[in-house]
Structure formats: structure tokens, C-alpha cells
Design a protein around this ligand. Structure first.
Ligand code: ATP
Length: 252
């Protein structure tokens, strides 16, 4: 069966930092056009996997391949939101969100439109902060600014490393719905520590277990995302997922 468009094909990934082996012969296909959500204990290797997909690990630090459907490398197809917002402190919120234009010297129709950026920032509750510098924002506002920057990159593959972790419960819920809507048909790979968040947004949940990851356990929630977190069947699936997570040992 042909794989859906924009899947991420990981083949025989082995990755070590000094003495610690994080991945060993790990192979998986992250499904194209779906929300692929990664769960696992802190330090198991989730961010390392995202870095490898983003092409940010030096090729000499790992073995194996990470390829697109046509066997090409993923370069240019990926946008990545890191755990720390990585905003430039001397630029305003709007300038940070539009930084891609400057970095890639884009102009005219190929540039990210300022109107679109302002509209998204308004949806994210940041319209009053367009001219503010990151140091004057709360952690949650910085995280939403970074989210806006990632969404506006408009790449087919979107990597999100704990994108909602700094948000209060209400804002988080609103951001879930907005991000889910905004990223329809994209290949999303998201890390979260919150199984309920995973169940709200995921098409497929992958549980990564250490101390060295050789495979992922797959959990497929029953209905289509985004799901209502008050739904009884989702709460039952939460119990199942917690059971699967409870036999993950914390990496030493
Ligand atoms: N640049 C590095 N040099 C050395 N060790 C590293 C480096 N980056 C990560 N590690 C180690 O690799 C392991 C996996 O780290 P990684 O950040 O991928 O885990 P994680 O699952 O994303 O953790 P968390 O959920 O806490 O963010 C950890 O033991 C970490 O200390």
C-alpha cells in the first residue's frame, strides 16, 4: 500500500551521546497528513528524534536515514518549534514571527504576509503585543509567539516540542483547537508529557521506552481529533495509555 503523502521514514536510526545510547536500530514511519504524538519519560530521547528529523544533528553523530516518501532528504520541508521559544530579544513579536522573510531574503508573494501574521497573532491573543519585545512577555505569550512563527512557516512537516507546556488550562485548550485547525493535512510530530493532550490531538500516539529506544509502542485513539476531553471513551483510553506509560522506566 502506498504511504500517505509527506510521511517521515526513519530507517535503522542509532544515536549515542558519549556513553549513552539513545536509539538503536530504530525504524518507523510517521504518518503523512496526520498528528503523530510522541510520549515517553523525560530524557528518553524524544527531542533528539525531532532534532534528527529536523536535520539538526550532525550526520556523524548518528547512523541510519530519515527520508521523505520519494527517498529524498527532508531539508526545506520541515518547520520546528523547540521547547524554549528561541525568540530574538531585540526584535518585536511581529518581527520575530516574520523572521523567516529576513533569513531567507523573501519578498513579494513568496514572503510570509504581514497581514496573515497579524491575523494569526490576533487569533493567538497577541494582537496588543505586536510591538513588544520578548523580555516584556509572559512565558505563555512567548510560547504563543513561537507557535505563530512555526505555523506561518507553512511547511508540510511540522515538529512541535511541547508547544503548549507554558499555557494555562483555558488558553491551552483554545490553542489545541486553533493549532489543530491550522495544521489540517500537515504531517505533525508533537512531543507532549500530557497523555490527555495526546489523546485530544493525536491520530497516532507513539510511546517511546528506554533506556535505549529500539521501537515505539503505537496507540490509536478511537475517533478523529481534536476530541472532546470530557468524552467518557477518551477518559477510558486515558487509563489505558497511563497503564502503558507506567511500565516506562525513568532513564538513568
Ligand atoms: N547534546 C547532548 N549531549 C549529550 N547528551 C545529550 C545531548 N542532548 C541530549 N542528551 C541526552 O540524551 C538523552 C535524551 O535527551 P532528549 O532531550 O532527547 O530527551 P527527551 O525525551 O526529549 O527529554 P524531555 O522530555 O525531558 O525533554 C538524555 O539523557 C540527555 O541527557
Amino acid at each position: 500500500m502506498p504511504s500517505p503523502e509527506n510521511s517521515v521514514h526513519i530507517q535503522d536510526l542509532s544515536l549515542s551521546y558519549q556513553e549513552k545510547q539513545v536509539f538503536k536500530n530504530f525504524s518507523h514511519c510517521l504518518k503523512g497528513g496526520k498528528w503523530n504524538v510522541l510520549l515517553g519519560r523525560s530524557g528518553v530521547g524524544k527531542s533528539s528524534l525531532l532534532k534528527a528529523i529536523a536535520g539538526l544533528l550532525s550526520p556523524s553523530s548518528y547512523q541510519g536515514t530519515i527520508k521523505a516518501d520519494d527517498g529524498s532528504i527532508l531539508s526545506g520541508q520541515v518547520s520546528w518549534m523547540t521547547q524554549d521559544a528561541l525568540l530574538l530579544p531585540w526584535l518585536s513579536v511581529l518581527q520575530n514571527v516574520l523572521i523567516g522573510n529576513k533569513l531567507r531574503q523573501l519578498s513579494g508573494t513568496s514572503a510570509i504576509s504581514e497581514t496573515k501574521a497579524k491575523s494569526l497573532l490576533s487569533d493567538l491573543g497577541l494582537v496588543s503585543y505586536l510591538d513588544m519585545k520578548p523580555d516584556n512577555l509572559s512565558g505563555g505569550m512567548r510560547q504563543r509567539t513561537a507557535l505563530a512563527r512555526t505555523l506561518l512557516e507553512d511547511r508540510p512537516i511540522v515538529l512541535l516540542d511541547e508547544p503548549f507546556s507554558a499555557l494555562d488550562a483555558m488558553t491551552r485548550s483554545e490553542m489545541h483547537d486553533l493549532t489543530s485547525h491550522y495544521l489540517t493535512n500537515k504531517t505533525v510530530v508533537m512531543i507532549t508529557h500530557d497523555p490527555l493532550e495526546a489523546l485530544k490531538l493525536a491520530d497516532i500516539v507513539y510511546i517511546l521506552k528506554g533506556p535505549t529506544i529500539t521501537r515505539a509502542e503505537v496507540f490509536i485513539p478511537s475517533s478523529c481529533p481534536p476530541r472532546d476531553t470530557k468524552n467518557q471513551s477518551l477518559l477510558e483510553e486515558h487509563d489505558i495509555l497511563m497503564g502503558q506509560l507506567s511500565d516506562c522506566k525513568a532513564p538513568s
